[in-house]
Structures are given as C-alpha cells and as structure tokens.
Design a protein around this ligand. Structure first.
Ligand code: FEO
Ligand code: CA
Ligand code: CA
Ligand code: CA
Length: 600
C-alpha cells in the first residue's frame, strides 16, 4: 500500500493505559454500553431485578451470574441471539451477610444453582452502527435459561456406561444441569458448545467413597480427605445427588462439552462424551481438509493438556439431522510438544533459543476412537470419563493451564492461551512452556501439517511470553518491547475478520485491572500488543467477540467487585449501575460512533 493509505485490517487505535478504575474504559473514539446484566428479565413474566428481594423462581427466569463465553447468532441484519455462559456464583457478593453454604438458607443455594448455566437473549441493533441492546418488548421466542437443574442428554461412546449410571438414572443417559461453564465455541450447524470447567468443587462426601475410587476423584481435584471442603457451596443441601458418599457416579456426569441449540428453547442440551472429560475451557470447531469436524479443547489446570477431537463423519451443509451426530463418533487426541533447541528457559537474560525462537514440532496422540481405546488397561468409556489419566499414560505434554483456543480463519494457525503456572520450575521448563514461575502466561501458535485440522502432526511456536515489557523475561514475537502494552494472564481469545488476535485477561498479576488486547499475528506489526479496553475493579474480561461485520465487540465483564473481603455492605465495585449500587456481572458492547471497524 502507498504511504499513508488505509490498509484494511490494520490496527490503529491508541492503547488504553493500565489503570485500577471502577469503569469499563475503552480506546479513544470508541463507546460502550451495557447489553444485559445479572438479573435482567430473560423469560416471559420474569420480574425486574431486586437485589434485596431475590428468589430462586425469579433467578431461573433472569440473566444469570458471572458471564463468561459469549457468542452471537445473527437473525438478519439488525437482530440476533446472544448466548452467554454463567460460569459460577459469588455468594458473598450476591447476598447480604452470607453465612457460607453450611448454614445458608437452602433458598439462597437454590438461587445460586439457578444463576449457573447459560442464557439465550434476543438483541437488536440500536441505530445503524455497532451498538446493540436487549430486546425487552414483544415476543422473544428464543430467550432461554439453562441452569444447574435443566434436563440434559448424555450421548456418545461413554453414555449408558456403568460409570455414568446412578440410582436416579439407571440408564446413564439423562443428567440435570451443567456446572462452571467457562468458555465454549460454536458448530458449523449453528449450535453452541459450552465447556464444564471447575465442576470438581460442587461435590461433597469425597471421603466417603470406596478407597479404590479415590484416585479417580483426586486426579480431577475432587477433595477426598474431608466430608465437606472449606467454602463449599453445599449444593447437596438442595439436591442430595451432589453428595458423593450417597451418589458416587453423579460426578462422572459433569466435566463434559455441552451442545445447546440456541434456536430451539425446548431442545434438551446434550453432553457429548466423545469429547472427553476434564476441566473443559473452550471447544473451537473447524473443518478438516476433507470436511470432517475438528474440535480444539484446553484442560485448564496446572500441568494439564491440550486436546483435539476429529469426527469420523463429514459435515454436510443443511443436513442438520446428520450433522448433529458428528460429535458422537470420532477420535480424541492429546498433544505432545517437542522443542528443537537445547532447552532454554526465558530467564531474564534476554536469551532466546539458538534458532531464534521458542518453537518445534508436535504430534496428536490418539487416545480413543469410538468404542476403541488406544490406552493400555483402559476401556473406551474409561478413557472418555477419566481422560486425564489416559493422557498421563500416553505421555502428553504438561502445559501451563490451557485456556481458550482459536483457529485463525485467515491464516489457518491455531492459537492457545496458557494463562499462567506459578508451579512451573526451572527444572521442568521446556521450550513450549519456557518460563519458570510463569506468573503472566504465554501464547502458543500451532500450525497443523499442510494447514489441515485433520493432521496428526504440527509445528508450533511461542509468539508471546506475557508480562511487563520492561521485564526481559517477556517476548512479543520480536516486536519492540518499548511500544507494547503490559499484558498478564491471557484467557479468552478471538479473531477479528481481518485475522488480528484479540486477547482477554483473567487475573492480571501486574497490579492493574484486566482487559482486552489486540495483536497482529503477521506482517511487520506481529507481536505489537495494544490494550483496547480495561474492565472495572475486581472483574475479569471474557468474551470477547468481534462481530462478522467488524462493527461491534462484545465483552463479558465477569465478577466486578470480586476482591477479598468485599461484600454487599462494603462493595468493591458499583459497576455498571453506578452510585451506591451493587456490582452486576454484565455483557457490554463496544462500537465506534463513526461506524469505524473495531480497532481500525
Ligand atoms: Fe474459567 Fe479457565 O477460566
Ligand atoms: Ca526452537
Ligand atoms: Ca477462561
Ligand atoms: Ca481463567
């Protein structure tokens, strides 16, 4: 392009400075507004939100708490459906004088259960630009709440197996509710995939299960030492199936990827067992070269793994009855990363590996295909239910908390956010996880062989080692560190229509609020990280989602005011309602009033 010419997709905004303001602060020239807040009416007849008069009946019809994954399905040009995950609840912020789960009135536990899950809400464009608002009038036929009590189906090779049967469900095919749904994805047939992440924390009675079952619980972080772990929400007091001592298999019915049809509010969500069971972060689909469906998934735990599922069958546009079976039959793989340089830690000396970067080769190790297990001593159902144990045996590479994964449709590269891992030592640092005491996290870029998501081998590189750019133990793809924003703890990712990477953070360890950042992934500005927005005090930034027209960016502001010691009588945030109001997790939209594309 000629000097000064406007290059399409070029990011030109001025970075927002790190701050600790109790505000959603967006780049100069952009505006933001709140689309939907915790407690806003979703279903017909839902009451307006009243913080001091909340009931479980109201909550089950209102927008839930702690919004995380956001996705958008257009209904024509000016209407659309927003799907939002409600990951978990902060009872200390939701209820005045909350005494803890052991003694709280059961109605408060029921409110918390109803505030989990997800929501479908209809939204409409406000004006002709990128602003959107909740539809609050007329018939909203798609609006839906999914909660910890919604009836769901279990499908795939592990459905019906001994491990999934309970007294209430002797067939092992029906479960109620989904828990701790963090990030997710969508399918080419326009459904939602939603990942159950830290579901281990909802069960009590782990000390009361037979000894030979305890290792399977412990590998997933379920407490097997005591009857009631400290800080438990005590869902068992509302519903005894959450007591492992009485219902030891109920826990095996959580930890899945859940498929939800946002266009049919009566359709039961489906837990797809072929995709394995772990702390599911996201589920990003793409098509292989021969038209099968690949799903990339992270297991968010320290030293956990990156997975990929590839369907046996091909996606057939328009043939939904067929497409909706694709995620029940296929191969589940786990990733192994091999560096190609003598192990070099990024240690503050500014040294890079001899070949100039942290990179190497990798392979996808098959664990199970349909009813056939590739792991010695484990059946297919066991591999799918105890996937972490299968991956341990397969010799997969232990990563620094794999969070979101996104494939860049412009370049074909796959990006993985590794949020942090302070337990990584200099001894176990490797080229794919190159920093000891990794407080700030890093990114991986995977290039499948031949650009084919169906490949079983790949190349990889680390384009970003996060932190304060003044710290030499950071890396911004070789870009001048004097011109980038500090960034810490990458979590959710998005790709804009031009192929730029957008990064949301959770748990900024640099002393400022979390936010959303943009980074070109190719050309001379590769690695130029710039902060586009900051979220209010105590919040993490989720979503994010740049719409296909490039005009809107949706951000889920999760847990504003979640600061140790904060309570309704001493709130740490008043966002979004302001004044003396209580904080409310909300989805906001950012747009440019002049109709410019996001980031341009
Ligand atoms: Fe819920 Fe892994 O973030
Ligand atoms: Ca290398
Ligand atoms: Ca996350
Ligand atoms: Ca996170």
């Amino acid at each position: 392009a000629a000097t000064g010419a406007r290059q399409p997709g070029r990011l030109r905004f001025t970075a927002v400075a790190p701050n600790t303001a109790d505000a959603l602060t967006v780049a100069d020239g952009y505006r933001s507004s709140v689309v939907v807040r915790w407690g806003d009416p979703v279903l017909p007849g839902a009451p307006e939100f009243d913080f001091d008069a909340q009931t479980s009946r109201a909550q089950a019809r209102q927008f839930g708490y702690n919004c995380d994954f956001v996705t958008f399905f257009p209904l024509g040009r000016d209407r659309g459906l927003l799907w939002v995950n409600h990951e978990y609840t902060d009872e200390e912020l939701m209820f005045r004088g909350y005494p803890g789960g052991d003694t709280a009135p059961v109605e408060l536990i029921e409110i918390a259960m109803a505030a989990h899950g997800g929501s479908v809400v209809e939204i409409e464009r406000a004006g002709r630009g990128g602003e959107w608002r909740l539809v609050t009038r007329g018939r909203r036929r798609y609006n839906r709440r999914v909660t910890a009590r919604t009836e769901m189906r279990l499908t795939g090779p592990a459905a019906g197996s001994e491990l999934l049967r309970t007294a209430a469900d002797p067939r092992g095919t029906t479960v109620y509710g989904m828990l701790n749904n963090c990030s997710g994805g969508t399918t080419p047939w326009r459904t939602v995939l939603s990942g159950e992440e830290n579901w281990n924390q909802y069960f009590v009675g782990g000390n009361g299960v037979p000894e030979d079952r305890k290792p399977f619980l412990a590998r997933y972080g379920v407490d097997t030492a005591v009857a009631v772990p400290a800080g438990s929400r005590r869902f068992d007091r509302a519903d005894e199936r959450f007591d492992l001592a009485r219902h030891p298999n109920e826990v095996n019915r959580f930890g899945w990827v859940v498929e939800i049809d946002p266009f049919d509010p009566d359709a039961a969500p489906v837990k797809r067992t072929a995709l394995g069971r772990f702390a599911h972060e996201a589920a990003t689909t793409t098509l292989t070269r021969d038209g099968r469906v690949a799903v990339y998934m992270g297991d968010d735990g320290r030293f956990e793994y990156i997975y990929k599922f590839v369907s046996d069958g091909r996606f057939v546009p328009g043939f939904d009855r067929h497409n909706r079976t694709l995620l029940d039959q296929g191969t589940l793989y786990v990733a192994r990363f091999t560096g190609d340089s003598p192990a070099v830690e990024i240690d503050g000396s500014g040294r890079l590996p001899a070949d100039g970067g942290f990179d190497g080769a990798g392979s996808w190790i098959p664990l199970v295909r349909g009813d056939r297990s590739f792991v010695a001593g484990m059946t297919a159902a066991e591999v799918l239910v105890h996937t972490r144990i299968a991956a341990d045996k397969a010799g997969a590479t232990k990563m620094d908390r794999p969070e979101d994964i996104e494939r860049n449709p412009v370049t074909g590269a796959v990006y993985v956010a590794l949020t942090n891992n302070t337990r990584r030592t200099a001894t176990d640092a490797d080229e794919a996880n190159p920093r000891a005491n990794n407080k700030h996290g890093h990114l991986l870029e995977i290039s499948e062989r031949g650009g084919d998501a169906g490949a079983t081998s790949f190349g990889w590189a680390v384009p970003l080692v996060c932190g304060d750019p003044a710290d030499p133990a950071t890396y911004f793809a070789g870009y001048d560190r004097g011109q980038v924003s500090p960034i810490s703890c990458p979590d959710n990712l998005a790709i804009d229509p031009a192929g730029n990477l957008w990064i949301a953070t959770d748990g900024n360890a640099l002393g400022a609020n979390d936010g959303i950042f943009a980074m070109p992934v190719r050309g001379p500005e590769r690695g130029r990280v710039r902060q586009f927005l900051t979220v209010p005090r105590g919040a993490e930034a989720c979503g994010p989602l740049v719409t296909a027209d490039g005009l809107s960016l949706f951000v889920a502001v999760q847990h504003p005011g979640e600061i140790t010691g904060a309570s309704p009588d001493a709130p740490a945030s008043h966002w979004p309602d302001g004044g003396a109001a209580q904080p409310r997790p909300s989805v906001a939209v950012v747009w440019h009033p002049g109709g410019e594309r996001i980031g341009s």
